[in-house]
Design a protein around this ligand. Structure first.
Ligand code: CA
Length: 385
């Protein structure tokens, strides 16, 4: 590992899913990682600052230096400063530094902050439609989501939805497929979910409830102790990279996959519309392309880091990997569809987002079955390579 995470257990606060939100208790040191080199040579180069530049405030739902998603916000700021020769600088505030994490959306909507970096499903209290722009149970993979947003009308609907709150949204990071989570006992049949107490927020949690489980949306910082004391029997978090940092392997033995509830969590950047319109055409283009670059970069970072972390979990910590049986996934898939279709009835925009999302998902299923899945399976055929 070329970076070390130092995590102090207490103090992490609420999260609705993809990322932790902490108050400065999690620090990470980066030691010349290869990901730095991909951006600007050997390290983050200091931008060439020209006097008179403009500084915008970015609030985030991530703790300072949070691996993965927190890095994305910092890299976005760095890229934009470099590409504008310092004419457009973005000061990044970790969760709670300027506003509480879940008030980031309102802060940008009202202009108290200029930009947020977070997960759209955190704003589902504004409209259930926001769920679709992060992820829904048995939804789309990262690439399928990009296909929807870029090429199948997703961005236009997202602009309409967020625009009604005076915000312009962009894709700006993606965690890729998450894991189903950590269990302190094995899961064999659907009946094993009855009475199971599992930490799983959002729509995935609603699916679990319909299986007879107690889905609990406890704050990130309480997960470890809750597993330890038996207050919960299982938890989802993100994937090997982030889950290793939280140390769940110390209190739960079985690590299940695939993460049906978050198959490719899309993270987002939202900029106040008045601020957006005040940017020059070139600054707008730079901002949009910097977001797109970070979206790609972060997905690759998660893929690389998850592989390393998974090996560490298995080889160094004796974690037992388990696949969720197909019979259980089939039932979960059915219930996921029910939950997603129910929220589509909430209002007009959610209905239209749902319909567009479903069409894109069908398209992904259709082409994926021919030119993606067979190849991925074929790589596991018994040949020497
Ligand atoms: Ca998650």
């Amino acid at each position: 590992m070329d970076r070390r995470q130092v995590l102090s257990g207490a103090g992490l606060i609420a999260t609705a899913g993809a990322g932790a939100v902490a108050l400065g208790t999690l620090t990470a040191t980066r030691q010349g990682s290869s990901s730095d080199a991909c951006i600007s040579g050997n390290s983050f180069a200091a931008p060439n600052i020209i006097s008179g530049g403009r500084e915008l405030k970015m609030v985030t739902t991530w703790p300072k230096n949070f691996p993965g998603l927190g890095f994305s916000a910092e890299r976005l700021s760095q890229r934009i400063a470099e590409m504008t020769d310092g004419q457009l600088k973005i000061k990044v505030f970790a969760a709670g530094e300027l506003v509480p994490p879940f008030e980031s959306f309102d802060a940008v909507s009202t202009g108290a902050a200029d930009i947020y970096h977070g997960a759209e499903y955190y704003w589902q209290g504004k409209s259930k439609a926001f769920n679709f722009f992060t992820t829904v149970p048995f939804g789309m993979t990262a690439v399928e989501t990009q296909a929807w947003i870029y090429h199948r009308g997703g961005q236009e609907l997202w602009d309409e939805l967020s625009g009604s709150f005076n915000i312009k949204p962009f894709m700006a990071a993606n965690s890729g497929n998450q894991m189903a989570g950590w269990f302190n006992r094995e899961i064999h049949t659907i009946d094993d979910f009855k009475g199971l107490k599992m930490r799983m927020p959002g729509l995935g949690g609603e699916v679990l409830r319909r299986l007879g489980a107690s889905a609990i949306a406890i704050p990130g910082g309480e997960i470890f102790s809750s597993l330890q004391t038996g207050a919960i029997d299982a938890t989802e978090w993100v994937g090997p990279w982030n889950d290793l940092a939280f140390g769940f392997y110390k209190v739960a033995k079985y690590y299940y996959y695939p993460g049906f509830h978050e198959p490719g969590s899309q993270l987002a950047c939202g900029i106040n519309l008045d601020v957006w319109h005040s940017l020059s055409k070139s600054q707008q283009a730079i901002f949009a392309q910097a977001c797109a670059a970070e979206n790609d970069f972060s997905l690759a970072e998660f893929a690389a880091e998850n592989t390393k972390a998974l090996r560490t979990l298995i080889n160094d910590h004796g974690v037992q990997l388990r696949r969720v049986p197909d019979a259980i996934l089939t039932e979960i898939g059915k219930l996921s569809g029910q939950v997603v279709r129910e929220i589509a009835e909430e209002d007009d925009i959610t209905k239209r987002v749902f319909e567009s999302f479903i069409a894109a998902r069908e398209s992904g299923l259709e082409s994926g079955a021919i030119n993606v899945e067979p190849y991925l399976q074929a790589r596991h055929l018994p040949f020497n390579y």
